[in-house]
Every structure is written in C-alpha cells, then in structure tokens.
Ligand binder design. Structure first.
Ligand SMILES: Cc1cc2nc3c(=O)[nH]c(=O)nc-3n(C[C@H](O)[C@H](O)[C@H](O)COP(=O)(O)O)c2cc1C
Ligand SMILES: Nc1ncnc2c1ncn2[C@@H]1O[C@H](COP(=O)(O)OP(=O)(O)OP(=O)(O)O)[C@@H](O)[C@H]1O
Length: 303
C-alpha cells in the first residue's frame, strides 16, 4: 500500500507505448526515488491531452486498459498516477500544476522530464521554467536529453507512423521491445477449424494505432509461454461476415485451449495484405505459404 503523503520522484509525460526515451526517464525516477527514500511515480493523464484539445483522437500504441500495467512493468516504477484531463487541468497554469498538484498534492521531492516536454495551460511549462521553479521550491529536477536512434529522436508519434506503415521492425527498435496487442481470447465463428487452421480470436480495441490489415509473423505469449504464430488482422473478406476487425493468430504446432485467457500477440514482421480470395481453397494455399514464411523467419533469426 502506497501512503498518500509519501514523498515521490515523479516522471512527467503521457508515456504511450513506453519507448526507449520513456525508459530513460523512468530509470532515473527509480534512481532518484531510491536516493531520497521516496516512491518512484509516473504522472500521466487518463486521456491523451491532444485528443481532448484538438478533438481528434490520437491512436494509442498501448490500449487504455493496459497502460498502467505496461508503464509499471516496462519502467519498473512503483506507481502510475492517472490524473483526469478535464477543463480545469487543461486550463491550469504550469506553475500552479507544479506547486499545487505535483508538490502540494503528490509531495514531489524530485521531478523528471524530457527536454522536449511542454505542460500546463497552452504548454507554457517547459524544462527551463520547471528547473527554476524546482530550485525555488528546494526540490530536485532532472531534464533528460533526447534519446535518438540513427539520428532520429525517439517519440510515440514516430513509432505510430512506423506501425501505420507496417514497419514492425523499426517500431520495435524504437520501442525497445516488439509492438504487441493484448486481449482476452474470444470465441470466433468456428470457421477456422473448417478451413483446417484454428485461430485464437481477439478484438481490436478501437482506440489503438493498429497496423494495416494483413498477415504478420508473430509470437503469442500465453500462460507465460511464448509460441510461434502467424496472425491475420482484418475483417476476413473471403467470408464476408461483417466489418468488425479482429486479430487472429494461428499458433503453429499448438493444440491447446486458450478461451478466456489473457494473451499477448507480438507482431514482428509484415508478410502480406489481407485479401479477398474467391474460394477457401485459395485462402488455404495462402495460409500454408504464410506458415512456411513464418517458419523461415524464425529459422533465420536463430541461425
Ligand atoms: C495466417 C492467416 C492468414 C489469413 N489471411 C486471410 C485473408 O487474406 N483473407 C481472409 O479473408 N481471411 C484470411 N484468414 C482467415 C481469417 O482470419 C479467419 O481465420 C477465418 O475467417 C476464421 O475465423 P474464425 O476463427 O472466427 O472461425 C487468414 C487466417 C490466417 C490464420
Ligand atoms: N526520445 C526521448 N528522450 C528522452 N525523453 C523523452 C523522449 N521522448 C519523450 N521523452 C520524455 O518522456 C516523457 C513522456 O513523453 P511523451 O509520451 O509525453 O512524449 P513523446 O514520446 O515524445 O510523444 P509524442 O510523440 O506524442 O509527443 C516526457 O517528459 C518527454 O519529454
């Protein structure tokens, strides 16, 4: 149980996807917390500020239901504070946010932010102002230099663009881990077994930045075990059964029952777009080829 008035080392930002820049900030938050006998925290919002401000939905790398867990697991922080991004928060002056919220309400003894972070009303809070305010308040402050890879600054925006172009390898390089979809296995329409390839069915959360419909070399993690899989994302037009997008991994050489289990589907490599085949025989041939390519991908990886 975390005490309400415990001291905190707080990392600031939205943290969608928990990429390599975010990881640097959180490592520092954990270190500062240890040095100061404090709790390591991430302060974020329940909705993406840009979605609220512009009215245009920012598609997420990690689904809303997984965000807290993802930040804690990947960042190793003790807690994630989800503040409600309402009008009061949106219109709050940056200094009031630091003084009243971070220090007053959450007892920040150290604040950690990236050099590109802006916060408070109209984004008027910036690292220089934060540094000066922390000095005035007598608390610690770290401004983390941008983490870049191959000359490109790591950001959630860049990673979303890579996912949208089905460039899964590049997304993984910047995230520091594969892009993954998580969900509870649902009952499908049982068509899979009639075509000879059983699939595990997951819904595609609507708020996600999903990759384009198509077939992906994958790894499925279920019951703490990783399995080789090949995943179709889309509406399976060959069967013309509506337009609700599904994530459907076929786990290779697997005959278990995963209904109702929480699984993670890592999408590692794009193979081909989803297609409307004129009959199921053609679809079966395409799937056999997808499976062969998947085996070749892993064989190459383990050489
Ligand atoms: C590797 C793989 C690739 C697939 N590719 C397509 C495709 O291109 N077009 C299509 O209509 N269905 C495709 N499917 C079929 C559907 O994703 C799904 O498996 C099928 O509709 C059975 O659905 P069910 O599990 O709900 O019964 C593919 C399935 C797999 C496993
Ligand atoms: N490449 C990076 N290196 C260091 N710090 C970073 C990097 N990217 C983001 N940060 C910092 O991590 C915190 C959380 O970042 P946030 O998720 O708000 O931004 P982002 O990843 O740049 O996303 P977006 O692309 O939507 O702006 C912020 O303090 C931000 O400055």
């Amino acid at each position: 149980m975390i005490e309400k008035d415990a001291k905190r080392a707080i990392a600031l930002g939205y943290f969608d996807g928990v990429h390599r820049g975010h990881q640097a900030l959180m490592e520092l938050a954990v270190k500062r917390a240890k040095e100061n006998g404090a709790i390591s925290s991430v302060f974020t919002f329940d909705a993406h500020p840009d979605t609220v401000i512009t009215g245009q939905r920012v598609p997420l790398i990690v689904s809303e239901s997984r965000r807290g867990e993802e930040i804690r697991e990947r960042g190793g922080v003790d807690e994630v504070i989800f503040a409600h991004f309402n009008d009061e928060m949106r219109n709050m002056e940056w200094q009031k946010f630091v003084d009243d919220v971070l220090v007053g309400q959450f007892h920040a003894c150290w604040i950690i932010t990236g050099e590109n972070n802006h916060f408070g009303y109209r984004g008027q809070g910036n690292p220089e102002r934060l540094k000066a305010e922390c000095e005035r308040l007598g608390i610690g402050c770290d401004i983390v230099k941008n983490v870049s890879i191959d000359g490109v600054v790591v950001s959630s925006t860049y990673i979303r663009q890579q996912i949208a172009m089905s460039n899964m390898e590049q997304a993984a390089k910047f995230l520091g881990h594969p892009y993954a979809l998580t969900g509870v296995v649902q009952h499908g329409r049982q068509v899979g077994r009639t075509i000879g390839y059983r699939t595990v069915n997951l819904e595609l959360p609507p708020e996600m930045q999903a990759p384009p419909f198509g077939v992906y070399v994958s790894r499925v993690v279920a019951n703490k075990e990783a399995h080789i899989a090949v995943t179709n994302i889309g509406v399976h037009p060959t069967f013309g059964l509506g337009d609700k997008a599904c994530v459907e991994p076929h786990i290779l050489d697997f005959d278990g029952d995963l209904y109702g289990k929480l699984i993670e589907v890592e999408l590692l490599h794009f193979l081909r777009p989803e297609q409307q085949f004129s009959d199921t025989e053609q679809l079966k041939r395409a799937i056999a080829q997808d499976i062969a390519q998947t085996r070749a991908y892993f064989a190459q990886e383990h050489k």
